[in-house]
Ligand binder design. Structure first.
Ligand SMILES: Cc1cc2nc3c(=O)[nH]c(=O)nc-3n(C[C@H](O)[C@H](O)[C@H](O)COP(=O)(O)O)c2cc1C
Length: 148
């Protein structure tokens, strides 16, 4: 909950706060992993099946939705939800937890609506748990390559 409380402190366009959250049960997590795997397993090189494995294994998964009832400018509202998710991730990291930002779930947004019985569209979800791996930081582009 502390991460979600940090998430809702994020700035949002016109303060619309277009986000909704649901903390998933184990069976909800597994159902979502199954539909994601089924939808992507035949697409060569798709990361969906790998992400489905992460969803099954991660101890906690928080689904983040957009509330289309309050949307006035989708780009702005999606950016606002990105700020919210980053706040959540920073808060969990500060608590010493591991996190993963999962966007692949928006490929199965309709299925998720049915599984979770919510009227909201999936934007992303955040996996949270105690880290059992400490991989090297992934590389970033050189600062000179991103300055224009
Ligand atoms: C919008 C967004 C969607 C993402 N979706 C996924 C995903 O579906 N599956 C996954 O394994 N990682 C996902 N990631 C994590 C990125 O792959 C990761 O942040 C990036 O490779 C940089 O690695 P780092 O965060 O460890 O530095 C996502 C990240 C963002 C910001």
């Amino acid at each position: 909950m502390k991460g979600i409380l940090a998430g809702v402190r994020a700035p949002s366009a016109h303060n619309r706060q277009p986000w909704k959250f649901k903390i998933l049960s184990a069976s909800e997590k597994n159902s979502i992993a199954d539909v994601l795997e089924n939808k992507t397993r035949d697409i060569p090189g798709h990361t969906g099946p790998h992400t489905a494995g992460i969803i099954r294994n991660v101890p906690h998964l928080i689904m983040v939705f957009i509330d289309n009832e309050v949307v006035e400018n989708r780009d702005m509202d999606i950016i606002s939800i990105g700020a919210c998710i980053e706040n959540m991730i920073l808060a969990y990291t500060d608590m010493g937890l591991g996190t993963i930002w999962i966007g692949n779930t928006n490929l199965v947004s309709n299925e998720i609506k049915e599984i979770l019985d919510v009227p909201y569209e999936t934007v992303s979800c955040v996996g949270v748990g105690l880290s059992d791996q400490f991989p090297k930081a992934r590389p970033r582009k050189d600062i000179r390559d991103v300055m224009v």
